[in-house]
Design a protein around this ligand. Sequence first.
Ligand code: F6P
Length: 195
Amino acid sequence: PRPILLTRHGESRDNVRGRIGGDTALSESGEIYAKKLANFVEKRLKSERTASIWTSTLQRTIITASPIVGFPKIQWRALDEINAGVCDGMTYEEIKRNMPEEYESRKKDALRYRYPRGESYLDVIQRLEPVIIELERQRAPVVVISHQAVLRALYGYFADRPLEEIPHIEVPLHTIIEIQMGVTGVEEKRYKLMD
Ligand code: F6P
């Protein structure tokens, strides 16, 4: 059986300020996570010479992957975070205050709500299709370092969760979700590497 390890990037500077989207580097605690993750991956996949590390094209995932050595790394644009369009760089408070109607429509239906000039969860799910096909084709373990909305969609697919639940699945920072596809279905383990 070969594992797929899913993780968000280490905490980013925008995470600290509560800003969505963006392309910032890591906070100090995010940097520590990157090192702990590298340690974990090197131990967990020691004997797996063909494993690979997949990131998005945003610097917070690339930086998170950088302490991991000895495995090929691939960047996928399809693993980039949900595009928040005109709301990119805002806090949820600012959206609520400046664009209350957008805020309310998203709250009512986060699956279908599409940010003006951005994406919805359904859009993200659709663009992940080639990633999912490639993940299913791989025989070796893969470490996917991506973002909250994208990982909700990927995890929701593998864990066979109903679409409506996807925007609400918990995918905390600094936690590795390991999934294994077995004959009896999907087995899951979570490793919380720091608080
Ligand atoms: O806040 C981190 C983040 O990755 C944002 O960049 C993104 O817009 C958001 O999470 C997605 O989560 P939600 O759908 O709950 O807003």
